[in-house]
Write a protein that binds this ligand. Structure first.
Ligand code: ATP
Length: 457
């Protein structure tokens, strides 16, 4: 990571902790496993991103329904999907310091080559090139070997290993029959889900980019086997980018990476990742894959249930093919934080401002009385209570007005409403715009309407 990028990441991590967005989990116990907690503003931001996604891909469409399936699913499902046998990453241990690494990542950093799946080649490359351990600098490696990334657990009343789901898609396929039986879906149609996924990543890191417990927003979009899928695939790619722009990412930071044909799973016709220019490199933000009929066929075979669709119009029964657009929640949050971060010179001082799109800002409006005197606090609290029914609002009477503006800028609040002594006579307040810092005097009785209009812009 370049110095500047490193500095930006450090600023984001520090702002997130200082301002209640994201905290290292279990800090009082010395931290735990590169995990993070979303604090009050982080939880709002994350929920806003999830809500926006649900609104865009479920509520605003006629062809997609949403479900909410369990995290613990029948282990046969993970056998059918290939996760039990094949959901592996290559790991290697440093014999000197005992630290563990992704073998494919070390090799790729050294040679630029993607050796995914070629364990022997990875071991040989690390030895031949005398790869240095990133932790201790020595070069004494074990062989690279596969590590299954599913977390295992036990369940009362069930004999055998149970897994925490490594992706949300599984529940969608296992509910395919129930959804088609109970809903009036007509092909092409999608089933969407937002929820936790768990992967025992060999190395977690880069803040919330690679976690072991994270959330996904996924859609299985079912199409006719002989449908002209290319335009649909393209459309989904565009929608993924559109969503990224809606949460504030800049177009120039977004790119695409098509997985080479020879690397694709046998059932996949095409896979393209939407990439984001993170400070630590251009990395996967979202993905979309054409998975053919692999999943429904596999789950059909393993379960003994026919997972087919009856096309009334064509009087035909078939196993649909599926396009799978998938979005990471935490990667969206991280990219949104990075894109929102701005430093500006104002009157010789640096102002840090998070320019989130208004609809994902954790707090919409802050109400700030200029003094703690009852004559201002009382009307300010009244305004606060009135605004709370329409906007996520915050009331703050502590510290100087300058410091309160700084705080609201740093959490990205689009509007600050100040109540001053003039308010008592002119029944108006000052509304300050986060981005332009312009201030406008607005009558209290017109405030809700004024702000509503601003949020519609
Ligand atoms: P990577 O190559 O970065 O490990 P992947 O290709 O394994 O990712 P997918 O299986 O396609 O990822 O998962 C779908 C989405 O879930 C990704 O696009 C990403 O946004 C998110 N995601 C995957 N793994 C993690 C993780 N460990 N932490 C946070 N988000 C993740």
């Amino acid at each position: 990571m370049g110095e500047k990028s490193q500095e930006l990441m450090e600023k984001i991590v520090s702002l997130c902790k200082r301002r209640g967005f994201i905290f290292p989990a279990c800090e009082i116990y010395g931290g735990f496993a590169n995990a993070y907690s979303f604090g009050p503003y982080g939880a709002e931001l994350k929920n806003n991103i999830k809500r926006l996604w649900w609104k865009k891909f479920v509520h605003a469409r006629e062809d997609i329904v949403g479900i909410d399936g369990p995290i613990l699913l029948h282990p046969k499902l993970w056998e059918a999907s290939g996760h039990v046998s094949g959901f592996n990453d290559a790991m290697v241990d440093c014999k000197k310091c005992k630290k563990r690494f992704r073998a494919d990542h070390l090799v790729e950093e050294l040679t630029g080559e993607d050796m995914e799946g070629r364990l022997e080649d990875m071991s040989k490359t690390l030895r031949d090139l005398k790869a240095k351990c990133p932790a201790c600098g020595e070069s004494d490696w074990t062989d690279a070997r596969n590590f299954n990334m599913m977390f295992q657990t036990e369940m009362n009343g069930f004999d055998g290993t149970v897994y925490l789901r490594p992706e949300t898609a599984g529940a969608i396929f296992s509910d395919f029959k129930n959804v088609t039986d109970s809903m009036r879906v007509k092909i092409p149609f999608g089933i969407a889900q937002i929820g936790k996924a768990f992967r025992n990543e060999i190395v977690a890191g880069n803040f919330i980019f690679r976690l072991r417990e994270f959330e996904q927003m996924e859609i299985e979009y079912f199409i006719e086997p002989d449908a002209d899928w290319q335009p649909l695939f393209e459309k989904w790619l565009d929608l993924q980018e559109e969503f990224a722009l809606e949460i504030g990412l800049r177009k120039e930071d977004i790119s695409r990476y098509e997985h080479p044909k020879e690397k694709l799973s046998h059932y996949s016709k095409k896979t393209i990742d939407t990439m984001y220019n993170f400070p630590f490199g251009v990395k996967e933000l979202y993905g979309i894959a054409h998975r053919g009929d692999f999943d429904l066929t596999q789950h059909g075979k393993m379960s003994g249930e026919k997972l087919e669709y009856f096309d009334e119009g064509k009087n035909k029964r078939y196993v649909p093919h599926v396009l799978e657009p998938t979005f990471g929640v935490e990667r969206s949050v991280l990219a949104a934080l990075l894109s929102a971060y701005h430093e500006e010179e104002v009157k010789g001082e640096t102002r840090v401002v998070m320019k989130f799109p208004k609809k994902i800002a954790p707090i919409h409006v802050a109400i700030l009385p200029l003094s703690k005197k009852d004559e201002l606090v009382d009307p300010a609290k009244k305004i606060f209570h009135d605004l709370k029914t329409s906007f996520v609002s915050e009331y703050d009477e502590t510290q100087s007005i300058g410091k309160r503006y700084r705080r609201q800028d740093e959490i990205g609040t689009p509007y600050c409403v100040t109540v001053d002594f003039e308010t008592l006579t002119d029944k108006a307040v000052t509304v300050r715009d986060r981005d332009s810092m312009e201030q406008e005097r607005i009558k209290i009785e017109e405030l809700v309407g004024y702000l509503k209009k601003k949020f519609e812009e």
